[in-house]
Design a protein around this ligand. Structure first.
Ligand code: HEC
Ligand code: HEC
Length: 279
């Protein structure tokens, strides 16, 4: 024993001993790290490739209005050729591109929904590129907007939220409505659940943002369940006419003008043609 330690201490004094120990230590630590740590390197490489693909697509299809680095472009007149996209998030790009709103065909009051120009993979790449420029809402996962097995209760809750938050623009039956300056809130009939979720996350154009602390993810899903529920029903119209389903004000107005107006006309006719007049 004593002999061994004497030998070791003799070696320790060797000029290279420190270096050997250091290298050994580093080697062990490195090996341990490699076995324990996740493998971010591959994921990163795939992500970087996606971002690079997205940048290429962006330069060709979007930069003319939004700028090479998505910094936005101002026209000489001071209006925006395209707004900056830094921080709008992947959800905004996915919404705009997969509903065909972007690339905008020509500048106008509002980019209309049309057939998408990009494939799903290209859209994902564009979204990854824009998301790499600044943090913003991510594309929702399928379970976030899965409304299929919503309970009756959840649909009712969704209906309440719908009536307080959405009907002012989208109408009671989700058929949409006009807004000032040639803009409009579109009909939501047939809109993908994913696009509904994204619209609430990002608030396109005049639409307010319903962030998670204003409307929880569960409530967003309930609203979707309610709108889908509306869609599936043929709206019954027990009174006869739907009157454009514009809600109580228009229906009340209709009642006043046509109902009371009609009564007034009948009354006038009766007094004009009644038995007493003939006397
Ligand atoms: C002809 C010009 C034009 C082109 C091309 C264009 N955009 Fe836009 N983009 C606009 C304008 C103008 C707006 C703002 C008006 C609106 O939202 O309808 C906008 C809005 C957006 C928004 C919403 C920003 C926000 O604040 O939520 C996103 C995201 C977007 N564009 C992405 C793209 C992508 C991705 C492309 C390429 C595939 C593209 N755009 C091509 C003009 C353009
Ligand atoms: C202040 C008016 C306003 C309110 C309130 C509003 N929206 Fe919107 N919404 C709009 C406008 C305007 C657009 C179209 C934006 C565009 O085309 O860029 C829109 C677009 C949408 C779309 C996209 C439809 C499509 O064709 O792709 C969905 C989905 C949507 N809204 C759902 C909702 C829901 C759900 C609520 C309530 C939680 C709501 N909106 C509240 C104005 C509104």
């Amino acid at each position: 024993m004593r002999l061994l330690s004497a030998r070791l201490s003799a070696r320790r004094r060797h000029p290279l001993a420190g270096l050997v120990v250091l290298l050994l230590g580093l080697g062990i630590a490195g090996g341990l790290y490699a076995t324990v740590a996740p493998k971010p390197a591959e994921a990163n490489a795939a992500q970087q490739e996606l971002v690079a693909d997205g940048r290429k697509l962006f330069l060709v299809g979007c930069a003319s209005c939004h700028g090479k680095n998505a910094e936005g472009i101002m026209n000489a007149s001071g209006s925006q050729q395209g707004p900056p996209l830094i921080g709008v998030g992947a959800a905004a790009v996915d919404f705009q591109v997969s509903t065909g709103r972007m690339p905008m065909a020509q500048t106008g009051a509002q980019a209309p929904r049309k057939d998408p120009l990009y494939t799903d993979e290209q859209t994902e790449a564009l979204a990854a590129f824009v998301a790499s420029l600044g943090p913003g809402p991510a594309i929702p996962a399928a379970e976030d907007y899965d409304y299929e097995d919503a309970t009756e209760e959840e649909i009712v809750r969704g209906g309440e939220l719908w009536r307080t938050n959405c009907t002012a623009c989208h109408n009671f039956n989700a058929s949409g409505g006009a807004l000032p300056d040639g803009k409009y809130a579109p009909s939501l009939v047939g809109v993908d659940a994913k696009h509904m979720y994204e619209a609430m996350q990002i608030g396109p154009q005049q639409m307010p943002v319903f962030s998670d602390n204003v409307m929880t993810p569960e409530d967003k899903r309930n609203v979707i369940a309610y709108v889908k529920h509306l869609e599936q029903q043929d709206q019954p119209n027990p009174g006869g006419f739907a009157l454009g389903s514009l809600g109580p004000v228009s229906e009340g107005l209709f009642g006043w003008i046509v109902g009371i107006g009609g009564l007034v006309i009948v009354t006038v006719w009766i007094t004009g043609h009644g038995a007493r007049v003939k006397k």
